[in-house]
Design a protein around this ligand. Structure first.
Ligand code: NAD
Ligand code: DAU
Length: 355
């Protein structure tokens, strides 16, 4: 079996669902069910005996040791993290704990487990660390896209904590020989995306007739990848990535935030027209994110050259599926917009002056 951490979050749950569609190999899924973890994402596999869910914390070393001894996974795929940049600005502590200390605890547990395996099992074992393009910092408008050798220049508490975790993973390979691979991926979007992030926030706000808050001038650029394409990239790297290597994963889809919001409004105008007029009327410029990275762009040629991976979705196909998914899953949206979600929206947006 494989051992997934954070498999009730956005990307982790999509990965688990994708894995069980593609393979018969069971998944052990450890997740602390923070505000971002949601068992409803996994409702379709609730009765699937190939999925073993454990509610717990990656920092809980005795728990992780016990799970490794009991289930003897052949690989760990590590998604668990605090993932939202704005939350890291309001409260960085949780990011240091989970992203740095949690990765450290998991690496030490993996090392103890791997050291006790026989030679064949040791050779087959993998620790796959799921990371982000944000560790590379920000690009100028005409800079070439990030390659794997781009220097680390993290700018937010979130990206600094992810950069630290990447360095730990690298060191555990270099020093102890732990068989690791790391993927650094661009912005994901798709089903089960928690509506604190740009794309789902804009969809749910638009449908509720609320303002669509654009930070700064809306010209920041991100490189968007459909989440199931990220899952297929992780499968490819887990199966064939070279040990100790890092692979950049991206969608070749650079868009400004304003372009994204216009696209979402236009799709909603088509699929769910509002008698009050185009959803574009709700666009509102608000105070910028402190330290807001201007542009991310991923050069994903290495993973294509070595492993033959390319995204299956274009932005146009992926974003249409995503908008339709939110229209079809009003219950899921209503359930995640609980009291703690409303508290976050108040904290992040009420203080931002319009204009
Ligand atoms: P998410 O916030 O949606 O989910 C994170 C999951 O981790 C949640 O289920 C949460 O309950 C769990 N978790 C948090 N702390 C934990 C702990 N201490 N122990 C166990 N579980 C814990 O995040 P996501 O967007 O799905 O991101 C998953 C991973 O992919 C992260 O490592 C993130 O840095 C990385 N990543 C995300 C993106 C993106 O666009 N979302 C892009 C590149 C990389
Ligand atoms: O690049 C990969 C990263 O992408 C991941 O590592 C992170 O986990 C993930 O959250 C994401 O980070 P971003 O900061 O790029 O994503 P977010 O959706 O928060 O913001 C995308 C862009 O939209 C960014 O330029 C900020 C802007 N934005 C965001 C929100 C929430 C707005 O203009 N308004 C908003 O309300």
């Amino acid at each position: 079996m494989i051992f997934v951490t954070g498999g009730a979050g956005f990307i982790g749950s999509n990965f688990v669902l994708d894995w069980l569609e593609q393979s018969q190999e069971p998944v052990l899924n450890l997740d602390a069910l923070t505000y971002a973890g949601n068992l409803e994402n996994l409702a379709s596999i609730r009765h699937d005996p190939r999925h073993v869910f454990v509610h717990g914390d990656i920092c809980d070393r005795p728990l992780v040791d016990r799970l490794l001894a009991e289930h003897r996974p052949r690989a760990i795929v590590h998604f668990a993290a605090e993932s939202h940049v704005d939350r890291s600005i309001h409260g960085p502590g949780a990011f240091m704990r989970t992203n740095i200390e949690g990765t450290y605890a998991l690496l030490e547990a993996a090392r103890a487990h791997w050291s006790a395996l026989d030679a064949g099992e040791q050779a087959a074992f993998r620790f796959h660390h799921v990371s982000t393009d944000e560790v590379y910092g920000s690009l100028g408008a005409t800079d070439p896209a990030f390659t794997e050798s781009h220097p680390y220049e993290p700018n937010s508490p979130y990206s600094a904590s992810k950069a630290a975790s990447d360095h730990l993973v690298r060191a555990w390979h270099h020093t102890y020989g732990l068989p690791v691979v790391t993927t650094n991926c661009s912005n994901n979007y798709g089903p089960y995306h928690f509506p604190e992030k740009l794309i789902p926030l804009m969809i749910v706000n638009a449908l509720a007739g609320k303002p669509l808050p654009i930070y700064g001038d809306g010209q920041n650029v991100r490189d968007w990848l459909y989440v199931r394409d990220h899952a297929s990239a992780i499968r490819a790297v887990l199966a064939g990535g070279r040990l100790g290597e890092t692979y950049n994963i991206g969608g070749w889809n650079e868009k400004t935030n304003l372009e994204i919001v216009h696209t979402l409004c236009d799709l909603l105008d088509e699929l769910c027209p509002d008698p009050a007029g185009s959803y574009r009327r709700l666009i509102t410029y608000v105070k910028d994110r402190p330290g807001h990275d201007r542009r991310y762009a991923i050069d994903a040629r290495k993973v294509e050259r070595e492993l033959g991976w390319r995204p299956a979705e274009t932005f146009e196909t992926g974003v249409r599926k995503t908008v339709q998914w939110y229209l079809d899953h009003a219950d899921w949206v209503a359930h995640v917009q609980s009291g703690s979600y409303r508290d976050w929206v108040d904290q992040n947006y009420t203080a931002r002056q319009a204009g």
